[in-house]
Design a protein around this ligand. Structure first.
Ligand code: MF3
Ligand code: CO
Ligand code: CO
Length: 270
């Protein structure tokens, strides 16, 4: 890792130094604390707009701002995506129902740095076996992807590990959204695809900072965006799940910036 941020000669991917890693550690920790904090509020009857308000208040109380708010016109502080919503669900009057599986995706911007992370939550305790299995496999995909992050591996190694595991379980990988570089800018190169071939794509180098955020569908991978311009849903109305971490590449492997202080990984969170 180098002291000064500079651009990799072979691409537009920024190589960050120790100060950036220290800042991302703080922003990532706040994202994880926020996802921990909101856990007991994700219950049957909860209004998604109220969950959003709680997330925004927590973020401000911790000296950060909610990066999604106003980002390309996005109207709320976080994204809440239930059941067949793939991502970018807009909080509002919708109430969570027993049996829902829900993704909450948060990005507090702390001292100028973005901590981007999302987790799945189970609403109530009557969750179908298929939904539980989708959530479990999606979490496993994220962690298998992260295991591939080390200098010398490629982005294709990450995508391949994720795709293999998802398809072995008969789930599909969403193509229309991907992970991304982050830091002082919310979304930067590289695009981190959640499918691919070993050894293909960009070579991973120390100092890179990016997200991995696989979306798995129980049915086909096709997605459509609703008339609000944001909400992405599965075309076949099948269930969808997603987890996201922000990571940094170290000299020897990976640092996950958004690990839960409470030790929460996948639901149920107890
Ligand atoms: N947090 C999302 C991501 O993982 C981005 C949300 S942008 C918004 O990249 F505008 F929809 F909030
Ligand atoms: Co992201
Ligand atoms: Co996110």
């Amino acid at each position: 890792m180098q002291d000064d941020a500079h651009h990799d000669e072979n691409s537009a991917v920024e190589i960050h130094g120790p100060e950036a890693f220290a800042a991302m550690r703080k922003a990532g920790k706040l994202a994880a604390e926020l996802l921990d904090y909101i856990t007991p509020f994700v219950v049957p009857g909860a209004r998604t707009g109220d969950i959003d308000d709680l997330c925004d208040a927590f973020t401000r109380e911790h000296g950060a701002v909610s990066a999604p708010l106003g980002y390309r016109g996005y109207p709320r502080a976080v994204c809440i995506s239930a059941n067949h919503v793939v991502c970018h669900g807009i909080p509002g009057d919708k109430k969570l129902e027993e049996g829902d599986i829900v993704n909450i995706d948060v990005t507090p911007k702390l001292e100028g740095w973005h901590g981007d992370s999302s987790r799945m939550y189970l609403v109530g305790d009557r969750i179908s076996l298929k939904a539980r299995r989708l959530v479990d496999v999606t979490y496993e995909c994220l962690m298998l992807g992260i295991e591939q992050v080390k200098p010398g591996n490629t982005l294709g190694d990450i995508g391949h590990a994720i795709q293999q595991h998802a398809e072995a379980a008969n789930f599909s990988i969403v193509r229309d959204f991907c992970g991304h570089g982050t830091g002082q800018t919310f979304h930067t190169p590289p695009s981190v695809l959640h499918y691919g071939k070993p050894g293909e794509g960009l070579t991973i180098k120390p100092g890179m900072i990016f997200t991995i955020e696989p979306m798995l569908n129980a049915g086909k991978y096709d997605v459509k965006v609703l008339a609000d311009g944001w909400t992405a849903v599965t075309k076949d109305k099948s269930l969808s799940a997603q987890f996201e971490h922000t990571i940094g590449v170290t000299d020897t492997g990976v640092e996950i910036f958004t690990l839960s202080p409470k030790g929460y990984t996948k639901p149920p969170y107890i």
